[in-house]
Write a protein that binds this ligand. Structure first.
Ligand code: FES
Length: 276
């Protein structure tokens, strides 16, 4: 679990996004698009889930991209090439269903853009027409544009301030596309409010929509119940039943509430123990 390469993808406006390439041949061999790993930076740290952005079976490596948001991601950001993680478990979760749907739209926002990349590549490889919508606050915060252009038939970029692409939200472009044409599937990863809006818009157009949920996780084996979400009235566990779910069935209000439950404690920990 040695870090072979570290690349700071972005470090602007207080948003730091980093890529780590890690030697983990067993996970790299089996990992599929949509799956994730659980990692621990140190023995006494918490476990955090991160999506597999890339796997190289020949080299035995996998790539993770994360934004520093709390104590653990800040600690992870302090590691360098040559350092090792305390633990890395995976691949976990169900892979995204890769098949020929026809015309699909991928919607990625913020660091979620990294998570749609492996799915875009896989869906394109099996013959889908892939339209990708990328959203960020501004031009400087946009990541992986070139990689997603390679993996898509068309790419639309939306920025909140209009500094690049079009000014507006990803859902503005989504509405425009759905008004003009029929699509067979939408896949979205990003902040919860964005995925919620994507699901609301696509419901109007009765288009199947999958969302990859980043619920709070502890053990990632279906035992603790921490990552539970309600989908179409049924309780599901993100770690073992997901992370992809039908966006039209997700109880978004519950998910938003549950994901904020520890934000105060997280702030306290960051203040008490700034990442070394
Ligand atoms: Fe414990 Fe999913 S993280 S049940």
């Amino acid at each position: 679990m040695k870090i072979l390469n570290k690349q700071i993808i972005n470090d602007v406006d207080g948003v730091k996004i980093t890529q780590l390439d890690i030697f983990a041949p067993d996970i790299a061999t089996k990992g599929q698009p949509g799956q994730f790993v659980m990692l621990m930076v140190s023995e006494k740290g918490e476990r955090i889930p991160l999506t597999l952005v890339n796997t190289d079976k020949t080299k035995g490596t996998l790539s993770l991209i994360f934004q520093e948001a709390g104590f653990t991601t800040q600690s992870l950001g302090k590691l360098n090439s040559g350092d090792s993680l305390f633990s890395l478990v995976g691949p976990l979760g169900h892979p995204t269903e890769i098949k020929k749907y026809g015309k699909i739209i991928l919607v990625g926002g913020g660091v979620g853009i990294a998570e749609i990349l492996p799915v875009a590549r896989a869906l394109k490889n099996v013959g889908n027409h892939v339209t990708t919508i990328l959203g960020s606050r501004n031009k400087d915060l946009l990541i992986l544009e070139a990689e997603l252009k390679n993996a898509s038939d068309e790419v639309h970029i939306m920025t909140d301030d209009g500094s690049y692409g079009r000014k507006g939200f990803t859902t503005d472009m989504l509405k425009e596309l759905l008004r003009k044409d029929k699509y067979d599937m939408i896949y979205s990863v990003g902040p919860i409010p964005m995925m919620k809006r994507v699901a609301l818009v696509s419901k109007e157009y009765q288009t199947k929509t999958l969302v990859s949920l980043s619920a709070l996780m502890v053990d990632a084996t279906g035992m603790c119940g921490c990552c539970r979400v309600t989908v179409s009235g049924e309780v599901k566990f993100s770690c073992v039943d997901g992370p992809d779910f039908d966006g039209h069935g997700v109880d978004w209000v519950e998910l938003e509430k549950r994901n904020k439950v520890y934000s105060l404690q997280e702030k306290h920990i960051c203040n008490l123990f700034p990442a070394a």
